[in-house]
Design a protein around this ligand. Structure first.
Ligand code: ADP
Length: 751
């Protein structure tokens, strides 16, 4: 049975590494293991001594919000040599460390694989030496290694996302937003270089989410006439009056002869050919830094927990895996496969096999590139030729990312020669005949706009509304509807379908796109807007934590989400809140009483602040204020209780990169599905979702079946599997585990 484990970070640092360390350490301590932290990656492993120190529960407290890695990271030449690795093996043996969790990129994972492969040889050599000197031999066991993908470049096989990539992407997207406002004021063109040595993920994803004019990637063969094409695109943008122009280039992009393309060169080309003012921004290391996003914290936490679980629950002597997240499922892939397949892309690029390289990156990469190319077009590929138009509406409450979904859906339709109208204020616009034609260039620059440009509204249908809607649909020759919104919008579409026998105008295809911060919709794991709301919550909780003053405090923070606990649970997981009250579980008096016990223990053990997140609908009786009063009454004046109701700030704001990209992909999926239906004269009703193989559409009847209408959430919610993880990591130090008795380590403060 596994008793001792060590964790380290190696190679380039990435935001979220601290969350991964915290998860590994706490999960392992909770499982009764002794845990060591290795300072500065393989350098610490080779050095030994003070660099390998025991870690306790509290040592990893308060690090979730910090960028970098508190264990430190380094690149170590010595470890690349056999003698260096033998020294590392000796140091691991000295502490009887049986398993090593390495968080890093392909180099670090390769190092871990080699270490485990050579282990027995080094052990025999060391025991041979011990026999010569009469020292006690080391015990005979094999080191288990588990890798976690830490790379802002997002360049590792075996996971859809690497720890740190989402934060880096958001840095770039924010920079593009900021640059576009100054670019618009000065009529400037910006050339922006993103990180990514062999991988264009950051450049491609930011070009999509940031609305770039042109993108240059390592994975795409440069057209021999790329100068003319790029300058032509910028020139045309200027002619049609687009306010800002942005060329995004990944640092690893090369000429056909393999030499790197420099940003200054791009600037020179644009200036010379167009005589315009061009500025270069190389984003550099800001992409690596800063507090991790909610996505990165939660990804790192899930993977850290999974790494320990795999070691504990599947005892074998040959763990040499990387744990990743593929389609939202924890997946273990052999380290050799991860390294070989990750490096294969770079090898194909060296050989000039761009198509093969893109194939290795996966289908989503190529689809995203296609979408970026569509969106950067100056005019649609086809003239309007289809009879009738598609109506797009946004229903319910405004949400971040709705505009991205509208503009991309509309442009994908226009590109296929289909006319599009925007319905003002959701179904109200259909009743009042308030429809506006949407044209290609009207829709540029919508990606980062908060709320909904075409307007939303909440109301209930009256019986006379249906005839008015049918009349207006006929009048405008509407041949399909894309409805973007929450459950209220889904339910209204269901009402229209019910009335199909009476109103022929409703016999048209309808596509639903999930957009609600509550993330309470069927047929999808994520709704547009939820990631932005989650980040708002996590930022707010981080700020509340900063207010820990002289007194002991309990904060009860009320979170939106209606009858779905997604925001409260994921917010607690990402912010390290001690508790999440969820509508799925409700609140009982016995639970509150148990929580009081835990609170007393927490403050007695030296905690200064405890934060509870309470979903707004978790109990009709035990309200936020009720809980405040109970806790205050029971506090014996040992701590103060405060509440914070985050309210509507959770609904607003500029959408995060994840929401923009999700909105773009879902908008495109809705457009292609409805176009296909129109071509086939089908009146299918489908719901778009992120699930299984990615963004896909399912029959609306399936969505209705999956929904627990009475409870206001899907019958099956994937995120509830994380309740146990959030509880386990946020609780107070479990007592009597071996690691707790060890000395306090002197680790680096976070970078
Ligand atoms: P990343 O993990 O971010 O890809 P590097 O490629 O620099 O970063 O690798 C980090 C460290 O991993 C190196 O400094 C080295 O100590 C170790 N490492 C990388 N490749 C190997 C290898 N082939 N053999 C042994 N150790 C390696």
């Amino acid at each position: 049975m596994l008793k001792t484990l060590a964790v380290m970070t190696s190679g380039g640092d990435s935001p979220g590494m601290n969350a991964a360390i915290r998860a590994v350490v706490r999960r392992a301590l909770d499982g009764g293991l002794t845990v060591y932290g290795v300072r500065d990656g393989y350098e610490g492993l080779v050095q030994g001594g003070d660099a390998i120190r025991p870690l306790e529960w509290k040592d990893v407290g308060g690090i979730l919000a910090k960028g970098g890695t508190f264990l430190g990271t380094a690149r170590c030449q010595e470890f690349k040599s056999r003698p260096g690795r033998r020294q590392a093996v000796g140091n691991l043996l000295e502490h009887r460390i049986e398993a090593l969790v390495v968080i890093g990129g392909d180099g670090s994972l390769m190092g871990a694989h080699i270490l485990a492969t050579e282990w027995l040889e080094h052990l025999q050599e060391l025991n041979g030496l011990a026999a010569q000197t009469g020292a006690e031999p080391f015990p005979d066991y094999t080191l288990q290694v588990v890798g976690l993908p830490g790379s802002i470049d997002n360049d590792l096989y075996g996971t859809d996302m690497c720890i740190g990539a989402d934060t880096a992407l958001n840095h770039i997207v924010r920079a593009l937003d900021d640059l576009s406002s100054t670019a618009a004021s000065h009529q400037r063109t910006f050339v922006v270089e993103t990180m990514g040595r062999h991988c264009g993920y950051l450049a491609l994803a930011s070009a999509l989410a940031g609305g770039a004019s042109w993108v240059l990637l390592p994975e795409e063969e440069l057209d021999p006439r790329w100068h003319q094409k790029m300058t032509g695109a910028i020139e045309n943008e200027r002619k049609v009056g687009r306010p800002h122009h942005m060329v995004v280039v990944a640092e690893g992009t090369r000429h056909l002869d393999g030499l790197p393309i420099h940003t200054e060169e791009i600037k020179e080309i644009l200036t010379r050919r167009l005589g315009i003012d061009v500025r270069v921004t190389v984003l550099g290391h800001v992409q690596r830094g800063g507090t991790p996003t909610a996505f990165d914290r939660n990804l790192a936490t899930r993977l850290g927990v999974a790494a320990v679980d795999i070691l504990i629950k599947n005892p074998t002597t040959s763990h040499r895996h990387m744990v990743g997240l593929i389609r939202n499922n924890i997946t273990a892939t052999p380290l050799v496969e991860v390294v070989e397949k990750s490096r294969a892309v770079g090898e194909q690029l060296e050989l000039g096999n761009y198509e093969k390289a893109r194939e290795l990156r996966g289908e989503t990469f190529s689809k995203t590139l296609e979408l970026v190319k569509t969106l950067t077009r100056i005019t649609p590929a086809q003239e309007k030729h289809m009879d009738g138009a598609v109506a797009i509406l946004t229903g319910g409450a405004d949400g971040p990312g709705m505009n991205a979904a509208v503009s991309v859906a509309a442009r994908c339709l226009l590109n296929q020669g289909i006319s599009v109208v925007g319905v003002k204020d959701a179904f109200l616009g259909l009743i009042r005949d308030n429809l506006v034609e949407l044209n290609w260039n009207d829709l540029v620059g919508w990606l980062n706009r908060p709320a909904s440009e075409i307007g939303t509204a909440r109301f209930d249908f009256l019986s006379e509304h249906f005839a008015a809607i049918a009349q207006n649909l006929k009048r405008h020759n509407i041949r399909g509807i894309i409805a973007i919104g929450g459950w209220g919008t889904y339910a209204k579409v269901a009402e229209l379908i019910e009335r199909r026998p009476r109103f022929d105008a409703f016999n048209i295809p309808m596509i639903l796109v999930p957009a609600t911060i509550d993330n309470n919709l069927p047929c999808t794991e994520a709704s547009i807007g939820a990631d932005t709301a989650l980040n708002t919550i996590v930022e707010a909780v981080d700020r509340i934590r900063h207010t820990a003053g002289a007194t002991h405090r309990v904060f009860i923070v009320e979170i939106m989400g209606r009858d779905c606990g997604f925001l409260a649970l994921m917010g607690a997981l990402a912010s390290g809140a001690e508790k999440a009250y969820l509508p799925e579980n409700g609140i009982s008096l016995a639970e509150l009483s148990g929580d009081m016990e835990s609170l007393r223990k927490a403050f007695a053990s030296g905690k200064r602040m405890v934060i509870y997140l309470r979903n707004e609908n978790s109990s009709d009786f035990y309200t936020t204020d009720f809980i405040r009063r109970v806790v205050q009454a029971e506090s014996n004046n040992e701590f103060e209780v405060r509440t914070a109701v985050l309210g509507h700030i959770q609904r607003g704001g500029v959408p995060m990169a994840f929401d923009r990209i999700l909105a773009c992909r879902m908008g495109a999926a809705a457009a292609f599905t409805i176009a296909e239906c129109m071509q086939n004269a089908s009146s299918d009703v489908q719901a778009v979702g992120l699930r299984g193989r990615g963004v896909e559409t399912r029959p609306f009847s399936e969505a209705l079946r999956e929904m627990d209408v009475q409870r206001g959430r899907p019958k099956d919610q994937w995120f509830l599997q994380l309740v146990e993880v959030a509880d386990a990591l946020a609780k107070y130090a479990p007592f009597n585990h071996p690691g707790q008795q060890s000395a306090k380590p002197r680790m680096r403060s976070s970078a």
